[in-house]
Design a protein around this ligand. Structure first.
Ligand code: 4AD
Ligand code: MG
Length: 467
């Protein structure tokens, strides 16, 4: 067996008369008089291969083992398919069973199983239509992300997962420590704190899983000009929403010699190009999402890929929200953060496409954002999209040493911990900007999937870290 063989994707575009071997997992088997039909999938494309077995060409005892979920190889010849939906099918003359799947207990055979149930069998759900399609789109979107940046001369930076600095200053970090020891007793596991002095810990000081690679990628942009990170980030927020995970992937470009306008241009171009790539390369998967998950998805994506994003300030947005006459659960007032309901009203009801909001009040944004002259707002920019709300959060960075130091003091952050970040402003400071895009939110947007737990192979959120 070699990896250089034909996938089902290739067999489906093969020619009648061609000898073929098809490896995969049985989706269904239907036996009728004189002939059996098997739908076979190897995940290489949305469509299954139809395998036709004439009575007597494969022994009944063997064929009986090819039940839903079994892993098999069928060999035979491609023939023209009389049925609708496929040009060719495989007329099989031999079958090899690699792994049977007991029909009495195989959990993936229920048609129309709920996404909640499928989360409980996260190790098997990729064999179904929906999760196969999600993972193929996720894969292609990762590729499109790298393509976008690489074709524009950005350097991919591998920023650390373990860090001692809190980038967002929001305190929602997971500690990384070897001072906590798990003891397994008859009543299960228990934690014991060996020592509570961080100086005796593995790194000699408190360390955490990163919430963002931004501060590190900024250092690289101050020497390489255009950089980006694409990796996992972690937040210990106890938010049980369909848009938050405790472990999610983030894409963070950072550009020297770029202001907030250039930052917005990059964000818009980036979203346009990734959507275009998925439309061009994931057609059958998108058709499935359009029919079964989110009606009109393809049309919306086509529209968004070619339309300019609306740009307005936070202050303008608050005025619109106040004048909207809508009965929001959370009232809007200048100075408070926008809630998901406000973001959705702006993008869905008011504008009808993505909106970039800029110049937020400084008190609701992170310490590193460039302060405007009004001394009330910062050069922040959030990209909001229909259905999802915030897809991107970014800003022009504060590059003035004295202003940044004063801000860190004002917010009560530990200045010593940011000494290297401040050095960037001390030695050869440059105007620079960047943003962070939540990769899972992008996948939700591209697929129409409603829950962020269903666009990542194994989700981690408060109270749940299975598999
Ligand atoms: O707006 P955020 O917090 O921005 C930053 O972390 C900046 N340091 C980024 C930068 O400028 N380099 O997060 C960026 C994006 C959000 O817009 C959202 O899409 C996503 O990350 N995000 C989450 N996605 C899933 N689960 C969570 N808990 C998320 N928190 C943020
Ligand atoms: Mg944000």
């Amino acid at each position: 067996m070699d990896y250089r063989r034909q996938y089902i994707k290739d067999l489906l575009t093969g020619s009648p008369g061609q000898a073929a071997e098809a490896y995969g997992w049985v989706k269904t088997r239907r036996d009728s008089k004189g002939v059996s039909f098997v739908q076979l999938s190897d995940g290489s494309c949305f469509k299954d291969l139809q395998v036709v077995i004439d009575a007597g060409s494969i022994s009944d005892d063997l064929l009986k083992q090819a039940t839903t979920g079994a892993c098999v190889k069928f060999s035979g010849e491609l023939v023209e398919s009389p049925g609708e939906g496929q040009a060719v099918e495989l007329k099989a003359c031999s079958l090899e069973i690699y792994g049977a799947a007991d029909p009495a207990s195989y959990p993936m055979q229920k048609k129309g199983a709920s996404f909640e149930f499928l989360r409980e069998i996260g190790h098997l759900r990729v064999r179904g239509n929906t999760f196969g399609a999600v993972m193929r789109v996720r894969n292609r979107a990762s590729y499109a992300v790298h393509n976008f940046f690489q074709s524009r001369g950005f350097n991919w930076i591998h920023t650390p997962i373990i860090t001692a600095s809190d980038c967002e200053g929001a305190g929602a970090m997971f500690a990384v420590s070897t001072l906590l020891e798990a003891e397994h007793g008859p009543d299960g596991a228990q934690f014991r704190l060996k020592d509570n002095n961080p100086e005796n810990d593995f790194f000699g000081k408190p360390a955490f899983l990163t919430v963002s690679g931004q501060l590190n990628v900024e250092t690289q942009a101050m020497g390489l000009t255009n950089c980006y990170t694409f990796g996992p980030t972690f937040r210990a927020e106890n938010s049980h929403t369909p848009r938050h995970l405790a472990e999610f992937w983030m894409i963070e470009p950072e550009m020297a010699f770029c202001d907030i306008h250039g930052d917005m241009n990059l964000a818009e171009e980036f979203v346009h190009e990734v959507i275009r790539d998925i439309l061009d390369n994931c057609g059958p998967d998108l058709e499935f999402f359009d029919q079964r998950i989110e009606k009109g998805l393809i049309q919306t994506l086509e529209h968004v890929a070619s339309s300019e994003f609306e740009r307005m300030t936070y202050t303008e947005a608050v005025k619109l929200l106040e004048a909207s006459g809508e009965n929001f659960e959370f009232p809007t007032a200048w100075g408070s953060d926008l809630q998901s309901e406000h973001e959705r009203w702006l993008t869905e009801s008011k504008v009808g496409r993505p909106v970039i909001l800029t110049d937020y009040p400084k008190d609701i944004k992170a310490f590193y954002m460039y302060g405007n002259e009004d001394n009330k707002t910062v050069r922040a920019m959030d990209v909001l999209v229909p259905r999802i709300g915030e897809l991107i959060g970014g800003s022009q960075r504060e590059d003035r040493l004295d202003v940044l130091e004063a801000k860190i003091d004002e917010m009560g952050l530990p200045k010593e911990a940011y000494w290297w970040y401040l050095d960037l402003r001390k030695y050869g400071s440059a105007p620079h900007s960047g943003f962070g895009l939540g990769f899972e939110r992008l996948i939700m947007y591209l697929t129409g999937m409603k829950n962020i737990r269903d666009v990542i192979p194994f989700s981690r959120s408060a109270g749940s870290a299975d598999f």
